[in-house]
Structures are given as structure tokens and as C-alpha cells.
Design a protein around this ligand. Structure first.
Ligand code: GDP
Ligand code: MG
Length: 437
């Protein structure tokens, strides 16, 4: 699937110290291929990778994050942008607010009408009326009645009428008379675009002038979804898209292409057959889903916010000269603490979260270490080798710890120094030794 593919392409960057033209080009070739395979429109994929490339090459690589992580973040943000950036709400301003459903047969209009009625009733305190305008299939009217009963929302239908326009108009009259503040009009679809269907839905639109027209599309239909969306939009100029059947292993391609091809926001997604399986569409979360890479995005964001690049450079220099001392040790701890709760931070790294679940690392782990270092004289901090037995006893007393703890820290520090010397060329994130209570 797309996320695995992207994961693999990002691995190309792993171990690289810099984002360079060459490794970006290689990664993006793979990203583009993965997008195409996930049914993203060719032009969309091309524009997408061009933009990412531009952004990636202009990025200053922070020492705190790996280039591959930075790339993921750039790709994530670009994906979010491609899907509209912001969450767009449904328009409920009319009195009653009238929502018209459109889309092919089997796309999920009737199911979604029920889901939306239920959601707006329970979450937004609306009083909805469902309207059955599929006059061709008696079973379709029955289907809506069954759903209505299930979610306890009344359904308006007419047995004899063959005019969807009439039914819709009558339903709105009824809603006004009986005090419903929301009317959801379910319509008939065809298996493929045809003129009669388009004329009919256009006639309903003209007659009732809805506050919102939603185009419902099966996300499993890939490129067809995009073409259908385009045809419906040309004719109806709809307000928003509903992506159904996003449960299971649906490829995310439709979500990406539809938005950029028809330039209308995706407002909702359907994720199952049950009436509760509805969500508002959040571009950023969809990008998470497509990338499937844990919450690495916020990890990078926090690191970018908090990490002092200059400090990192300064430290790197000291380490390479083997001058890393307790002052640096302290400032490293401060840096890490600034990034937030340690466990939180570690749990954002994909794969790591689970592994550290039971391990005791919390901010308190640093408390006694800090106390010990603060009890050292400035001279001791910058020249750790002078800290002999009697000094250790004094430091232990001063810090309210004991000689064992001081010895342990000295040993840790020693190891850290050695380890750091070995990995000076490597990244800052790895420099902190493992510290446990
Ligand atoms: P309509 O012809 O556009 O009214 O489509 P329906 O609402 O009758 O849905 C067609 C089929 O798709 C039904 O079997 C629904 O249960 C199913 N369906 C609708 N939405 C979803 C969804 O989000 N996920 C899944 N798995 N099935 C759905
Ligand atoms: Mg239907």
C-alpha cells in the first residue's frame, strides 16, 4: 500500500547527513510512483513531487532530526495542502437548512444520508427530516425508511408521485410546517453518468435551491471517482465531497486527486456500513493515514521549535575535541526537557512507542543527576577528571544523594564521552546516553 511504499522510499534518505539534490530526486521518484499506484492522477502527482522537491532543497536540515524525518514532514504538509489544508464544515444556515445528495448508484448516498442525519441530530442538536427522492426503485425508498427508524429520524416519501422535484418541494413545505430545521434529500443515481440523471438532479437543484449540495463518491473506484466528480461538478457546481468506503484497505488516491481536480473540499468520509461510521474530513489526519508513519510530524515540529541549532553546532565541536564536560551535559538535559515529556516524545517515534511503554523514563530521571552536577564546583564541571574520592563524597552530601549515585553518574558520563567521540559525525538526537533511575 501507499504508506509502506512511501516508508520504503524514505528509507533511501536514512543515514544520509544532508538532503541533497540526488537523494531527493531518488526519493521523489519513488514517492511519485507510489502515488500513481495509489490512483493519484498523473498531473497531480507530478505537481506534487515538484513542489516537495523545491521545498526539500530549500530546507535547512536541523541537527535534531534526520533528513528522512524532515522529508516525511515536508511530504505530509504538502499532502495536507493538496487535500485543502483546512477542515471545511457543512453549511447549515438555511431555515430549514436543505442538503441535496448527488452521486452514482451504489456510491453510498442513502447510507450517508442516514449517517449525516444521525450525526447532526446528536452532535449539533438538529431536527432532521430525510426525504426519499429515488422514485425508480421502491426498494430504495424502503431502505431509507429502515435507516430512519433505526436512527429515529422521520422520512418523507410519496408512494404515487413520479416527480422527484415535486417530492423534494413538498418535503420542504412539510419541514417548515412541522418545525424541522434540516432537510436531507436523498436522490436516485445511475450506474454511470447519463443525461437523464443529470437533468433530474439539476432540476431538483433549481427547484429547491439547496444550501448545500454534497457529491457522494465511492473511494474504491480510484480514477473513475475523479472523472465522475468532475462531471457532477461541471453540472451541479456542488459544495463538497463525501468519500465513502474509506474503511478497509482503500487507497487514498481519490482523496488526493479529487480535491485538486475539482477544487471542492472533501467534507466527510464514510468508514463503514453502520450509522456511526462517519467522520468529518481532516486533511492533516488523512495525510497521516496515507503516510502511516506514527506521529512523526509533531515530533519534527517540536524538535524544530525547541532545538537550538547554534547550540548543537557548538556541542558538536566540543565533542570532536573531546571537551564535552558537565556543563554540556546539563545543557543537553535542558534541551531534552524543553522538548516535553520524554515518554511522550519517544512514543511519537514509530515503533518506539510500544517498546518503551513499560520502561521507566520520566522527567524525574534527571532530577538527581542535575542535583549532583549543581553540587560540583565550576572547575569540577569543566574538568571532570579532577573529581576524586573526597570530592565525590562532598558532592554526594551537597546534592542530597549518596556516593553510589555520584559514582554511577561519573561512570555514565565517562561512557557518554567515549561514545560521543565515536559518533561525533552522527546526529544530536543520538547523543544523549540512556538514563534510567
Ligand atoms: P446509493 O445507491 O448511493 O444510495 O448507495 P447505498 O447507500 O445504498 O450504499 C451502497 C452499498 O454500499 C450498501 O451496501 C452500503 O451498505 C455500502 N456502503 C455505503 N457506505 C459505506 C461505507 O462507508 N463503508 C462500507 N464498507 N460500505 C458502505
Ligand atoms: Mg440510494
Amino acid at each position: 500500500n501507499l504508506s509502506e511504499r512511501l516508508d520504503r522510499s524514505f528509507k533511501i534518505l536514512k543515514g544520509e547527513g544532508k538532503i541533497t539534490e540526488i537523494n531527493v530526486a531518488e526519493t521523489l521518484k519513488d514517492v511519485r510512483k507510489a502515488l500513481l499506484d495509489a490512483d493519484v492522477n498523473y498531473k497531480v502527482a507530478k505537481t506534487f513531487t515538484d513542489t516537495v522537491k523545491e521545498k526539500a532543497l530549500g530546507q535547512n536540515v536541523l541537527t535534531a532530526v534526520k533528513p528522512s524525518q524532515l522529508m516525511v514532514k515536508i511530504v505530509h504538509d504538502e499532502l495536507t495542502e493538496l487535500m485543502g489544508g483546512e477542515t471545511v464544515d457543512v453549511n447549515l444556515k438555511g431555515a430549514p437548512a436543505v442538503i441535496l445528495m448527488s452521486g452514482l448508484q451504489g456510491s453510498g448516498k442513502t447510507t450517508f444520508s442516514g449517517k449525516l442525519a444521525k450525526m447532526l441530530k446528536t452532535k449539533r442538536n438538529k431536527k432532521p427530516l430525510l426525504v426519499a427522492c429515488d422514485v425508480y426503485r421502491p426498494a430504495a425508498i424502503e431502505q431509507l425508511h429502515v435507516l430512519g427508524q433505526q436512527i429515529e429520524v422521520p422520512v418523507y416519501s410519496e408512494i404515487d408521485s413520479k416527480s422527484p422535484v415535486q417530492i423534494a418541494q413538498n418535503a420542504i413545505k412539510e419541514a417548515k410546517a412541522k418545525g424541522y430545521d434540516l432537510v436531507i434529500v436523498d436522490t436516485a443515481g445511475r450506474l454511470a453518468i447519463d443525461e437523464q440523471m443529470m437533468n433530474e438532479i439539476a432540476a431538483i437543484k433549481n427547484a429547491i435551491n439547496p444550501d448545500e449540495i454534497l457529491f457522494v463518491v465511492d473511494s474504491m473506484t480510484g480514477q473513475d471517482a475523479v472523472n465522475t466528480a468532475k462531471e457532477f461538478n461541471d453540472r451541479l457546481d456542488f459544495n463538497g465531497v463525501v468519500l465513502t468506503k474509506l474503511d478497509g484497505d482503500t487507497r487514498g488516491g481519490a482523496a488526493l486527486s479529487i480535491r485538486s481536480v475539482v477544487n471542492k473540499p472533501i467534507k466527510f468520509v464514510g468508514t463503514g456500513e453502520k450509522m456511526e461510521a462517519i467522520d468529518q474530513f481532516h486533511p492533516s489526519r488523512m495525510a497521516d493515514r496515507i503516510l502511516g508513519m506514527g506521529d512523526i510530524v509533531s515530533l519534527v515540529e517540536r524538535a524544530q521549535e525547541q532545538y537550538d541549532e547554534e547550540e548543537a553546532k557548538r556541542l558538536q565541536k566540543k565533542i570532536s575535541k573531546n571537551q564535552f564536560d558537565f556543563n554540556d551535559f546539563l545543557s543537553q538535559i535542558a534541551q531534552i526537557k524543553k522538548m516535553g515529556n520524554l515518554k511522550d516524545l519517544a512514543s511519537m517515534i514509530p515503533g518506539v512507542g510500544k517498546a518503551i511503554k513499560d520502561i521507566d523514563i520520566d522527567d524525574n530521571a534527571f532530577k538527581s543527576i542535575e542535583a549532583i552536577i549543581y553540587s560540583m564546583t565550576p572547575k569540577e564541571r569543566s574538568n571532570p577528571e579532577i573529581i576524586n574520592g573526597s570530592r565525590r563524597t562532598r558532592i554526594a552530601k551537597g546534592s542530597g544523594t549518596n556516593i553510589q549515585e555520584v559514582n554511577r553518574l561519573m561512570k555514565q558520563f565517562d561512557q557518554t564521552r567515549k561514545m560521543m567521540k565515536m559518533v561525533t559525525s552522527s546526529k544530536m538526537g543520538k547523543m544523549m546516553p540512556k538514563m534510567r533511575k
